[in-house]
Design a protein around this ligand. Sequence first.
Ligand code: FAD
Length: 375
Amino acid sequence: MTYKLSDLGSDILSDIKTFCERDLRAQAAEADRTRQGVEELYEATGRMGLGVLFVPEANGGLDLTPEDRAAILEELAYCDAGVAVSYMANCLATVPLKMYAPDDLMDSCCRMMLEGKFGAFCLTEDQAGSDIDGILTRAEHIDGEYVVNGTKAFVTNGNAAGFYIVFAKTDNGLSAFCVDADTEGITAGEDERKLGIRNSRTCEVSFTDVKVPEDRLLGAEGEGKKVAASALDRARAFCAAAATGVARRSLDLAAARAEERILFGKPLAHLENVQIKLGEMREKIGAAGLSCVQALELIREGKDCRAASAYAKCLAADTAVFCADSALQIYGGCGYCEDYPVEKLFRDARIFRISEGANEVLLEMIGRGTDRPRA
Ligand SMILES: Cc1cc2nc3c(=O)[nH]c(=O)nc-3n(C[C@H](O)[C@H](O)[C@H](O)COP(=O)(O)OP(=O)(O)OC[C@H]3O[C@@H](n4cnc5c(N)ncnc54)[C@H](O)[C@@H]3O)c2cc1C
């Protein structure tokens, strides 16, 4: 881990590490295997105080730096990527509030997170993932309130949220709203049955004539793309940290296995091919970690982090996939079986190349210059 942490961040990280090793790892592995018990995981992480992770000090949170938050998230992902992704969504949900919401709204959403509920970010739709111009959800401005209709896809925490950040078309373009999850007309669907990160709940959320007060509009009407970008630009740095956690666990497991496994009369680790594979894993993890540090520093200094966060996310996602695949190969046939932890890491790692913007989309954005529109 390459982050410089505050004293408070170091203390919390040490507590989280102990909690992960002692309680969370086994419980999360079992919940992943059986696809049951996610609520209990959230109760345990909530009791551990993880709801505080993205709550600013001014709203009852702690004086944590972006590096502190990333290190905690990386440690959570080292233990279980699904749980880490659930808390990561709180970053996507709080950035727009911090930048565009009145204090009382920010306060009430932060209170929900401190009480163990999550925030959820509702941007994607069936026909609008990489291409958000295709969003069909509409918010009609009628008699001093907005009426929202539409269905959002792949909402992380869709079934565990206290509030949703919802993007909908208005007369002036895309707009963003903060909507309480218990508002009439909102229906969360069944949890998706996913390849990996099964300990994060993902589902469709439908809005049918949902009435949203005018003061729940975030930014001005038509500023939805700006609001979404502000959240994603920051959240991608934390996504990178979580992916790095998966990569680091893959390396640690592979290195230990290579020492223990005896082949041809010697530990597997004596084979040059295995040494090179472990070396490549270390090399890529080092680069991904430094890339995260750079993006987090820009976030801490309030500077433009768009490109740095995007390539940190791409690099860390590719690193997680490479390292989980390499660990599985070093484990051989056992790596392919549920009884060994690398099978889960292999499934979990894959999400990071898709979520918070597919790698191809982000690389295209970086390649053409982050502020230049697509031709
Ligand atoms: C587990 C999970 C959790 C998620 N959580 C959330 C959430 O909380 N909130 C939310 O709003 N969304 C969420 N998403 C949605 C996620 O952000 C989208 O899946 C992602 O942006 C890709 O969109 P898509 O699935 O529609 O793929 P498409 O847009 O159909 O793209 C398919 C593929 O085409 C390629 N591609 C697309 N555009 C380009 C391009 N311009 N250049 C080159 N290649 C391209 C990429 O390889 C991409 O993977 C989640 C998804 C998953 C699977």
